[in-house]
Ligand binder design. Structure first.
Ligand code: ADP
Length: 163
């Protein structure tokens, strides 16, 4: 039986920090499904289809990774695709409280699906999609932290240019 994990998030937009976690997850599971949350409580810069497109484009060279979009409860989606684990990334201590709450709630909703926390490389430890959006909007260069397609999409959306 294949070991399937799901990596859910808003990915607004995907960064090299997310990709680092994804690569680590593929070393542990046969298939990792990156699942883009269509609607969340956050205000998004990119809509669901665009976030999914950028995730797909940025990870196309990775084997055993699939990109999808989902709506509703992540545990329901995980069950539907046969995933027995949910991947989440842990950065600085600030992530811990929220991630623990989420993991415990998901465990309550479906006790068979476990959350697996992975830690990124140091260089991505303080990286977030919101910081990337902010710096790009002010004209800063963050090209070492994001895939080229994401950089182009951000520049187009936030500055009205694409390189
Ligand atoms: P969400 O809105 O569900 O928090 P995000 O796209 O912000 O979605 O993040 C998805 C997951 O990836 C979360 O577990 C988050 O902690 C993790 N993550 C985000 N950025 C990084 C990073 N730089 N390094 C490691 N994990 C990260």
């Amino acid at each position: 039986m294949k070991n399937i994990a799901i990596y859910p998030g808003s990915f607004d937009p995907i960064t090299n920090g997310h990709i680092d976690i994804l690569k680590k997850a593929t070393e542990l599971f046969d298939t990792v499904i990156l699942a883009v949350a269509e609607a969340t409580t956050k205000d998004h810069l990119f809509d669901g289809a665009e976030r999914e497109r950028l995730c797909r484009e940025s990870t196309k060279y990775l084997q055993r990774v699939e990109v999808t979009k989902f709506d509703g409860l992540i545990v329901d989606y995980a069950r539907k695709v046969g995933a027995k684990a949910m991947i989440r990334g842990l950065r600085a201590v600030s992530d811990f409280e929220y991630e623990l709450q989420l993991a415990l709630m998901n465990k309550h909703l479906d006790s068979k699906i476990n959350t697996v926390f992975l830690i990124p490389d140091y260089k991505y430890f303080y990286l977030s999609s919101s910081l990337i959006r902010q710096v790009v909007s002010l004209g800063g260069d963050v090209s070492v932290f994001i895939p080229t397609c994401v950089e182009n999409a951000l520049k187009e959306r936030l500055l009205g240019t694409e390189n």
